[in-house]
Design a protein around this ligand. Structure first.
Ligand code: ADP
Ligand code: MG
Length: 632
């Protein structure tokens, strides 16, 4: 059937002048007529189109659908809609085409009329939406979305998998997911306040899973806002970092042992000196017929040397013990003083240590072992940077975040207690300066350096939400400043005890220690102060004595590490059989587990060995004077 171009136009009917593009085509896919809107959209005059295969404007992904349309149009309701990407001079666009059949006089379909609309914007929005929802659904990070009040509205599959809870579980039990892992209410509310003020909250939280496993998560909470600016939802992202935490902890412990190792030689040397003093004076008194004044003088020297030795041991022990991380108030200046004393004894004599402690430094909320590790690592590096000697200056000071706002990691709302270690050593080149904190980066030859020191310092500083600043000039020394934020609320520190007095008493005290000289020492001292003293050389003896109910005992001084029944066993027997007896634990190396176990049994009185006798005396008196109604 031959049709003139005029009658082709007639095929378009009412669409000839519409604002939407329209075309007619035959069943083979050749264009018969197009309207002006189509011509404009596809960039060629309307008269040029008839005879062109439609495939020319269709993107190849749509071309295949061309033939199925005819069969579809032959069936009621004789219309169909298709969405295609089409090439236009402005690039490809999405169109939806509504198609109706064209029939000849006999009613046979010979082609179709298609009217189109550009739906590129909606399609892209839809695709974007699908992409985003797939990203959330398939994210490797656990995602929770709540309403503005924290009620859960959505959890992604990763959350379900990691937590073992489903959305239904959470809704049924009304679980407050955002509270998970916060150590206390204060921490939880601080997070909510931060998020409601439209700031982002980040933290590392730990919690126990259903199977009893302890997990660490890096948690990030922020608010989602409507275009009007109201908080409509809260978004919480949680990522399991247990493995990283474990590695970090292992690394810290290993590095700690390593830096301790670098000190060990010096410590051994120092210890030998102290032992030589003690031995020497003792031999002097034993061998010569020393008079009372000489004996007294010798004893004083021996006492002084022993005190220095015990100070040394105490520090090595606190430092080497594998404690769990515990944030507690502590006095930075005191720790600096102690550790510097240890370093001064072990560093070469050509290295002088100058200490300048800022006064009125409020107590810090930090893990004391980790802060010691920072100081030790910085000082060891300073020593290494001064092979031919020099001065290390250790300073403590307070700084306000607002004054150092340009330093990375500083929060201008906080105040920082700063620890500064400056040396007069080699300094460093910009290249070394740039790689300083990288794990395993070292410039020290052979086995002298592992390159872990500053990486560990960096990790500790970050976990305390602090900052670290480095200044260095080649050939002119380096200065490291570490800032740790002060706790927001005022923390009270246990009052420092005054030394001196050993109060007396008339009560009966059972002394349990397997070390005979310590037993005798306590017995002699307590007896001289009026107490009645009985002794037991091990746990079994003590239990034996305590089970004789007719023997009066008011207090027990209890050693922990003993062969046979240990102190904890004795303690349990006392708590069950004779709960009124006061107990004071005297231990040389109380492990975190033993302390926890004893505390869970209600025991809170501990004295660290080596103890000062007067300290034992005062603590014992205080215990005996406590009313029985008080906490056990
Ligand atoms: P290590 O001490 O095992 O080499 P660190 O991480 O402690 O590892 O230090 C990395 C490197 O940084 C050192 O090898 C050294 O080059 C440089 N460095 C650290 N502290 C100082 C300092 N006070 N003066 C000069 N260089 C330093
Ligand atoms: Mg180092």
């Amino acid at each position: 059937m031959a049709l003139s171009s005029v009658s082709y136009d007639a095929l378009l009917g009412p669409w000839a002048n519409s604002a939407d593009p329209a075309y007619c085509r035959d069943l083979e896919g050749r264009l018969l007529a197009v309207n002006q809107a189509f011509a404009r959209k596809f960039g060629r005059a309307a008269a040029e189109w008839p005879g062109t295969p439609l495939a020319e404007i269709l993107q190849s992904d749509a071309a295949g659908a061309l033939h199925s349309v005819a069969t579809e149009l032959a069936r009621p309701p004789h219309r169909t809609t298709r969405e295609h990407r089409c090439d236009t001079p402005q690039g490809w666009r999405w169109f939806t085409w509504e198609k109706t059949p064209l029939r000849d006089a006999a009613g046979c379909i010979f082609g179709l009329l298609a009217v189109g609309r550009d739906i590129t914007k909606q399609r892209l929005a839809e695709e974007q939406y699908l992409k985003l929802s797939r990203a959330v659904e398939q994210s490797p990070v656990a995602i929770v979305i709540t309403d503005a009040d924290g009620r859960v509205q959505y959890v992604n599959p990763k959350y379900t998998e990691a937590s073992g809870r489903t959305l239904e579980d959470i809704l049924d039990r009304n679980t407050d997911v955002l509270r998970d892992g916060h150590p206390d209410e204060a921490s939880y509310h601080a997070m909510l306040a931060e998020v409601r003020a439209c700031r982002e909250w980040r933290g590392e939280l730990t919690s126990c899973r259903n199977d009893g496993r302890q997990v660490w998560e890096s948690v990030q909470v922020s608010s989602l806002r409507s275009p009007a600016g109201d908080v409509t939802n809260l978004l919480c992202l949680r990522e399991d970092i247990t493995e990283r935490k474990r590695l970090e902890q292992d690394l810290r412990q290993a590095q700690k042992m390593e830096s301790l190792g670098t000190l060990a030689g010096g410590i051994a040397h120092d210890f030998n000196n102290l032992l030589a003093i003690i031995n020497g004076y003792a031999e002097f008194c034993l061998m010569h017929n020393a008079d009372a004044a000489q004996v007294r003088k010798s004893l004083q020297e021996m006492h002084r040397a022993a005190q220095r030795a015990s100070g040394l041991v105490r520090q090595i022990l606190t430092f080497s013990r594998k404690n769990e991380v515990r944030f507690a108030p502590f006095d930075l200046n005191q720790h600096v003083r102690d550790l510097v004393a240890l370093l001064a004894e072990t560093f070469p004599r050509t290295v002088a240590i100058d200490v300048r402690l800022g006064d009125q430094l409020p107590p810090l909320l930090a893990d004391q072992n980790q802060v010691q590790q920072i100081l030790l690592n910085l000082c060891v590096n300073a020593r290494d940077a001064m092979p031919s000697g020099g001065t290390i200056t250790v300073t403590t000071l307070l700084r306000h975040g607002a004054d150092i706002a340009n330093v990375t990691g500083v929060d201008i709302r906080k105040t920082y207690a700063c620890l500064r270690v400056a040396d007069t050593g080699t300094g460093m080149t910009p290249e070394v300066r740039a790689r300083l904190f990288e794990p395993f980066f070292t410039t020290k030859p052979g086995s002298q350096g592992t390159g872990l020191g500053l990486a560990v310092v960096y990790g500790i500083v970050t976990s305390h939400k602090g900052f670290i600043e480095v200044e260095s000039v080649r050939g002119n020394g380096s200065t490291f400043t570490v800032g740790l934020p002060l706790a927001e609320e005022v923390i009270s520190m246990p009052a420092l005890q005054v030394r001196g007095e050993f109060p007396g008493g008339t009560e009966t005290v059972l002394v349990v220690d397997d070390e005979i000289s310590l037993r005798h020492l306590l017995q002699a001292t307590l007896t001289s102060k009026g107490y009645r003293v009985v002794t037991a050389a091990n746990g079994l003896e003590a239990i034996d004595y305590l089970s004789q109910m007719d023997k009066p005992v008011d207090a027990v001084l209890l050693d922990l590490n003993m062969p046979g029944a240990n102190g904890v066993d004795v303690f349990k027997v006392i708590r069950v059989g004779r709960p009124a007896i006061k107990v004071l634990i005297l231990s040389g190396n109380l492990s975190a587990e033993a302390r926890r176990e004893l505390q869970s049994l209600g025991q809170n009185n501990f004295i660290q060995k080596p103890y000062a006798l007067d300290e034992v005396g005062r603590h014992l008196r205080r215990l005996l004077d406590e009313s029985d109604a008080g906490p056990i």
